[in-house]
Design a protein around this ligand. Structure first.
Ligand SMILES: Nc1ncnc2c1ncn2[C@@H]1O[C@H](COP(=O)(O)OP(=O)(O)OP(=O)(O)O)[C@@H](O)[C@H]1O
Ligand code: SF4
Ligand SMILES: [Mg+2]
Length: 376
């Protein structure tokens, strides 16, 4: 990438972008001693959407508890994957991080500063550093705008990043960076394939030189072969520009491929969080164990050894989540304590002596049984 699109002082391992690299099996694993201070820290984040009744005189009759006490940290240069079933609150977390929704309570700290209640200029300055890539490359691009206008749109809000005369040049560079021909600058979204459109979405996300990219199901709408190309591109850009990613998906295998750490969400909460090895080899929360037991294994012998956990019942409504542990209505290990006491997301006391990778944060009173249910 040319110097115009690079931020001074950031880690940059390549000077000229090439096409997408082949899928790599041995992703660089982010090491715990590289952590330092988190670039983003979320504490007890809550988002309740009011449920109202009445036409003229609306009165609140309840609330959809979309996010119900999420705490997590994102460290510079890492990818934190977030997985969970549909409706568990993943996109709401993403919107809260982007300040597209205001939290009911809780804090979102970017480099130590709580940004959740910022507005005006202060919010604009922070937003520049946190950008989003959306799921659907078909609907997230305005069909009436050229690719040049779409990618260059953020410069209208942040003209300081690219003076008017430089914008076309910058957009061409960005097209090149994401593996598209800069000559396509005047084309319209319908002239591109799904994978190419997602590259355009990524180029737009990079336009302001952000430090953090929140990617909400960025490959879910794409064919499997194209998914790999887009993931490779994201990995290459991360290494090139030192980006930190929050990567949201419901597919455990995809999340595993790109993530350094993974957080598992259920009904508005993170129930287990840890490294690739901790989550996929030593899952201790029954919900994670159930999710992993449903992941297909290519080896028929290993597959035959595994016990598939079929969860009973549906996910409860977030408007009326169960007391105590939100997972208790579907958990085969639930006991009366689970209805009374909400298990905190912490390293369970009875696992502490085992040390990592078994001992890692898991919101379950009885965490750690059924270790045979792993991703192999
Ligand atoms: N603006 C809103 N008003 C009311 N309820 C909402 C609103 N946005 C989201 N919800 C509800 O909050 C819950 C979480 O939604 P969210 O979109 O965050 O889930 P998700 O994990 O991203 O799901 P999916 O995997 O389907 O994208 C859902 O029950 C949803 O219906
Ligand atoms: S706290 Fe109880 S209900 Fe919740 S996951 Fe653990 S055993 Fe199951
Ligand atoms: Mg979503």
């Amino acid at each position: 990438m040319t110097s115009a699109a690079r931020t001074p002082g950031r880690r940059c391992t390549r000077s000229v972008p090439g096409g997408p690299a082949p899928v790599t099996s041995g992703r660089r694993r982010w090491v715990s001693d590289q952590r330092g201070e988190p670039i983003l820290e979320v504490t007890d984040l809550v988002k309740h959407f009011p449920l109202t009744q009445g036409i003229l005189f609306k009165r609140q009759i309840g609330a959809v508890k979309a996010v119900d006490g999420v705490s997590l940290r994102l460290y510079p240069g890492e990818t934190l994957g977030i997985v969970g079933e549909s409706g568990c609150g993943k996109s709401t977390v993403a919107k809260l991080l982007m300040n597209l929704e205001r939290p009911t309570s809780g804090a979102i700290r970017y480099k130590g500063e709580d940004i959740s209640r910022l507005s005006g200029r202060a919010l604009k300055a922070v937003r520049r550093n946190i950008q989003m890539v959306f799921q659907d490359p078909y609907t997230s691009l305005n069909p009436r705008m050229t690719v040049g206008d779409i990618i260059g749109e953020p410069y209208l809000i942040h003209p300081e990043v690219a003076p008017k005369g430089d914008r076309r040049k910058k957009v061409r560079e960005l097209l090149d960076v994401v593996g598209l021909n800069p000559e396509y600058i005047n084309r319209y979204p319908h002239q591109f394939s799904g994978g190419q459109r997602q590259r355009i979405g990524i180029a737009r996300g990079l336009a302001l030189n952000p430090e953090i990219i929140v990617a909400d199901e960025p490959v879910s709408a794409l064919d499997v072969s194209v998914q790999a190309q887009v993931i490779n591109l994201m990995e290459r850009l991360q290494a090139e520009f030192g980006l930190s990613y929050m990567f949201i998906a419901h597919d455990l295998s995809i999340v595993r491929h790109i993530s350094d750490r993974v957080g598992v969400m259920y009904l508005g909460r993170i129930v287990e969080i840890g490294s690739d090895q901790e989550i996929y080899q030593y899952p201790t929360h029954p919900y994670t164990q159930a999710l992993l037991s449903a992941v297909p294994v290519p080896d028929p012998v290993a597959s035959g050894r595994r016990e598939r956990i079929i969860l009973a019942g549906d996910v409860p409504s977030p408007a009326n989540p169960p007391s105590g542990c939100h997972f208790r209505t579907r958990c085969w290990k639930a006991q009366s304590l689970c209805a009374e006491v909400d298990p905190p997301l912490t390293v369970p006391g009875h696992l502490k002596d085992a040390g990592p990778p078994v001992a890692h944060p898991s919101a379950c009173h009885f965490a750690g049984e059924k270790p045979e249910v792993t991703a192999e």
